[in-house]
Design a protein around this ligand. Structure first.
Ligand SMILES: Nc1ncnc2c1ncn2[C@@H]1O[C@H](COP(=O)(O)OP(=O)(O)OP(=O)(O)O)[C@@H](O)[C@H]1O
Ligand SMILES: [Mg+2]
Length: 270
């Protein structure tokens, strides 16, 4: 194909969020928000506290239904689908490690990630025990590989409840790696994580993005983390999309500079 023709090809969109609105009582948490995420890219979502970022994530992940608007995942309308269906379609979001998992080790936590073929595995467990054992061994070796990748070897047999805040975050990321997600949503993965670990996290995300071609949608207050990692950034303010572009464009946008770096000083949400 010649260069001219390839330039005309549209960039594949993995996630198409169109005109999403959501109110909680009198609070309009998300107001007519539209964001397009390009496949294989890392897209950041920033904005002040209460801007509606997590609410938008929850809508995309199927936790809340929007009042209006639509969400398309890889060209398929997935608006309002429940979380487990979104998961099965290849969209994953991190959640804090559930309370009931804190008495399991790091490795066991990874092995507990629901498998898309759970039903099939169950019948194999009952009727083809040998096959099931092979599956379990495969799951274990995958979990150990991820533990190694995330630098959690030292605490692989430690109960998840005893891990530090940062190690728990790494384990959360690890849980998303157990399945082959098309797109991973990370809501403030870096919160409470020290600088060194934050670097490890961002390097790992970059590596996964490159090696697996996975798309990422990341909410983060740490601007350095966002600029280092993201191809594109959307800024939300009071439920609306205020602006978007490359990290450089966004951070040099006079509106963003005025509103958030007023007087050359970073606002506390950054
Ligand atoms: N379940 C809920 N019930 C009622 N109000 C809610 C609910 N979830 C969010 N809100 C409200 O919606 C608005 C947006 O909240 P949201 O959590 O989406 O903001 P955010 O951008 O993620 O903020 P932060 O950076 O502090 O996490 C806020 O005013 C919040 O109080
Ligand atoms: Mg939030």
């Amino acid at each position: 194909m010649n260069q001219k023709a390839s330039k005309l090809l549209p960039v594949p969109i993995i996630l198409d969020i169109r005109n999403i609105s959501k109110s909680f009582g009198s609070i309009r948490a998300v107001s007519n928000a539209s964001i397009k995420l390009e496949a294989g890219k890392i897209h950041g979502l920033i904005g002040p506290n209460g801007a509606g970022k997590s609410t938008l994530f929850n809508i995309v992940a199927g936790v809340y239904k929007p009042d209006s608007g639509s969400v398309e995942l890889a060209g398929k309308n997935v608006t309002g689908l429940p979380a487990h269906k979104m998961f099965a379609s290849g969209l994953l979001r991190t959640f804090q490690i559930p309370h009931e998992y804190s008495n399991m080790t790091s490795v066991e936590n990874l092995m507990m990630v629901p498998d898309k073929q759970l039903g099939e595995n169950l019948s194999n467990a009952l009727f083809r025990p040998q096959y099931f054992r092979a599956q379990e061994e495969e799951t274990l070796s995958k979990a150990l590989e991820i533990i190694d990748f995330l630098g959690l070897k030292r605490v692989q047999n430690e109960l998840a409840g005893n891990l530090s805040g940062g190690q728990k975050k790494l384990l959360e990321l690890g849980r998303t790696l157990m399945v082959d997600a098309k797109i991973v949503l990370l809501d403030e993965l870096g919160a409470g994580v020290n600088r060194t670990l934050l670097n490890t996290l961002s390097n790992n995300i970059k590596k996964l993005n490159r090696e697996r071609g996975q798309s990422y949608f990341i909410i983060e207050h740490n601007i350095e983390f966002i600029s280092r990692l993201c191809d594109k950034v959307t800024v939300m303010v009071e439920g609306e999309v205020a602006t978007e572009g490359t990290p450089q464009q966004v951070l040099n946008n006079p509106m963003v500079v005025d509103a958030y770096f007023g007087g050359g000083k970073r606002m506390d949400w950054l």
